[in-house]
Design a protein around this ligand. Sequence first.
Ligand SMILES: Cc1cc2nc3c(=O)[nH]c(=O)nc-3n(C[C@H](O)[C@H](O)[C@H](O)COP(=O)(O)OP(=O)(O)OC[C@H]3O[C@@H](n4cnc5c(N)ncnc54)[C@H](O)[C@@H]3O)c2cc1C
Length: 600
Amino acid sequence: MATKFYSEKNLKFVLNEVHRIGELFKHERFAEYSAESTQLILDTAKGIANGMMFPVFAEMDKKPPEYTGTTIRVHPAVRPFVEKMADGGWINAVMPYDLGGQQMPLTLFNACMFIFAAANYSMSVYPGLTTGALSLIYLFATKELQDIYAPSMVAGKWQGTMALTEPEAGSSLSDVRTTAFPTDKGYYLIKGQKTFISAGEHDAAENIVHLMLARIKGAPAGVKGISLFIVPRHRPGADGKLEFNDVNCTGCYHKMGYRGSPITQLAMGESDDCRGFLLGEANRGLSYMFHMMNEARINVGLGAAAIASAAYYASLEYSRERLQGRIITEKDPAKPQIPIIEHADVRRMLLKQRAIVEGSLSLVVYAGKLVDLISVAEGEEKTRLEMVLEILTPIVKTYPSEMGIVSTSQAIQCLGGYGYSDEFPVEQYMRDARIHPIHEGTTGIQGMDLLGRKVTMKNGAAVKALLGEMNATIAAAKTREGLAPYADELEKSLALWQAVMGAAVQYALKGQIDKFLADASIFLELTGILVIAWQWLLQGIAAQDAAKESSAYGADFLQGKLLTMEYFFKYELPAVYGLEKILGASGAMTVAVKPVHFED
Ligand SMILES: Cc1cc2nc3c(=O)[nH]c(=O)nc-3n(C[C@H](O)[C@H](O)[C@H](O)COP(=O)(O)OP(=O)(O)OC[C@H]3O[C@@H](n4cnc5c(N)ncnc54)[C@H](O)[C@@H]3O)c2cc1C
């Protein structure tokens, strides 16, 4: 059975050598942190992951949440885990000191979340959802509401959720129908339905606090009429006791993967007694929710990379042990069989996984660092960093998600027929990974976000900011022996990217928005590969630097890094040429294909 789900060494390498977390500690905001405390925190996360999460990873899949008719019974290990997370201050770790948090850099927090998600993704989302909801409450709720809801959420007693989706409003949130009827009593009466709400009801929490999108009666149609509310399952009554708030759980989905976490259907106001409390200003709900959604999108990329990491280590361990065949030049059947890792094709599959996992992790850590740097930057520098984060967010969400499926599939392939059976964990990893291109905005929606919003925003300011970052890495790599050819290759691919973008924008300039966005997902795929190539070049530089010193990482690890970079540039990056050809040749032909053409 697999024993390892992430590499401590690699996580340290990415944090310390590639993205230099230590630079953050020079800022007053993070001055309490140091290399030593970072290590201590990572070790604590490892202890929780090993002790409470990984041991029930498979069992939570086999015993998924059960709908009882009123609530959802979840695995008994969930409650003590959430309590442990609350006791350790994990739920509000990134919140500022004055709100009772630990002001932990997101870079570090996300590294810990990576460990948790690799150990047991389903379990990791329970406290993670509460953290997201809490941050919205701190940002937009009145002090009075904060005092009512935050303490029990921080204590892990009350579960937070993000309740956006409705049966008719999935990708198209502008179609949210849940209605908030004003009253003169300081609250709104909420009526409507939500669907697919993660942890929207379960018996490991005393109460559920939904951060819910709804439309105030009479509000304008579309996104400009959506407001954000706190809608608790139970509301604190006048005597301080909890009373039912008319939020009914009407069911839970049976999912192909990610089965340890309940995904619920909710009905609000069936007895006309569901109270919702407005956050911030009316009609600004979607923009508020995007605060949470942008970080949630980074979390999705993180979760995807983490699941792929666990599958990679399971397949690596197996490939070292499984004896099958002989080296290609050995014709003597009397010779003993060799471990399959001795076969070049198996090593190719392992390299592919490593390239995806470590490339994605590097990008996710970088995104966390951008959030941290933005929190301490000012003026033009702050705007520049914000632009980089804006344009990278759909990529941070999508590359690990889409490629996580490819990576976990390669893990199964390494195990052959055993990989396809539930005797080994890799089939679960592939099922678990499949959610990520769907939730928090599908890949299609991310593609349109990248090309339709981020590329064009502020006259290309985000593109310019990202190119600035990438070109700085290219310039640094060009001066190094062994890395210059990769820097040249990335530079060439970036020129191709700009040409592709220029061609796509022509459609927009002609007002042909349908054609402009028809192939946005392919543009996103191409951009994702470039961005990961950049992350690999950064890792190549860091590996060379680390090799100069008598490094704790060891020569094999660093050489392995450089070889994985080489693999990425030789086997993965060339895909951009095929994608460019598709984008150039397609002429957005799908626009002309009509539903009737699918008649058989
Ligand atoms: C396990 C799970 C957990 C979830 N957790 C939550 C949660 O906690 N809170 C919450 O609010 N929601 C949650 N969701 C809902 C999730 O965010 C939605 O499923 C997702 O946004 C897609 O919406 P949909 O399912 O209605 O699909 P649809 O919007 O119907 O999309 C179906 C397909 O059509 C494509 N499509 C749709 N519109 C367009 C368009 N305009 N242009 C091009 N293509 C388009 C999509 O890309 C997709 O491929 C969860 C879903 C799942 C499965």
